[in-house]
Design a protein around this ligand. Structure first.
Ligand code: AKG
Ligand code: FE2
Length: 200
């Protein structure tokens, strides 16, 4: 298995085979039937371009009240369990970490993006973040510990996995754009990103 290191980000191209990706999509279909995707708004009230849901003990929420982790979906139902395939991936890539408590599900259509940000709503930033790409290709930009400065970008493809730990854990990153129709994995097209995190 190849490992690409860009700055401190560890990228595992093709970590999931096409068969494993299809099984993950089937798991996601069950999860999203229970905990549907919602379009979050930022605390300032601007709609985000991605649609979100989650699995695990906590889901990440953004609304007028702020960014935070919540134990239930906005509808009041508990978040579904994190699929075993993802727990096994976590175990194999970051065996020393605590168990993941959240699998955030981001769905991007062809026009969605995610601005440069740090992941820092978790209590223990020494724990890694592991992120899975499914569906259309996306341009992932990696920056620094502070906003601005030089950045590097890579196209993430379906089945690729990114590990953010060490200096990458608190580095700025974002998705500049999604390249439409570059994958047939998702019935409605677009891209899904799954991000596993320890929250508490
Ligand atoms: O979609 C991606 O690959 C990155 C998502 C992300 O950075 C996040 O959800 O915090
Ligand atoms: Fe992030």
């Amino acid at each position: 298995m190849t490992l690409l290191r860009v700055r401190d980000f560890e990228i595992h191209p093709g970590f999931f085979t096409p068969d494993a990706q299809a099984r993950l999509v089937a798991d996601l279909r069950r999860i999203l039937a229970q905990a549907p995707l919602v379009q979050p708004v930022t605390p300032r009230g601007t709609p985000m371009s991605v649609r979100m849901s989650a699995a695990g003990t906590y889901g990440w929420i953004s609304d007028r009240k702020g960014y935070r982790y919540e134990p239930v979906h906005p509808s009041g139902v508990p978040w579904p369990a994190i699929p075993d395939t993802l727990l096994a991936m976590w175990q194999s890539l970051v065996p020393d970490a605590r168990a993941p408590e959240c699998c955030l599900i981001n769905w991007y259509d062809a026009s969605a993006k995610m601005g440069m940000h740090q992941d820092r709503d978790e209590a223990d930033l020494s724990q890694p973040v592991v992120s899975v790409s499914l569906g259309d290709e996306a341009l992932f930009r990696m920056g620094n510990q502070t906003r601005g400065g030089k950045t590097e970008s890579v196209w993430l493809r379906s089945g690729d996995v990114v590990v953010m730990q060490g200096a990458a854990r608190t580095a700025y990153h974002g998705i500049d754009r999604v390249r439409a129709d570059t994958s047939t994995l998702l019935p409605k097209g677009g891209r899904i990103n799954l991000t596993l995190r320890v929250v508490t």
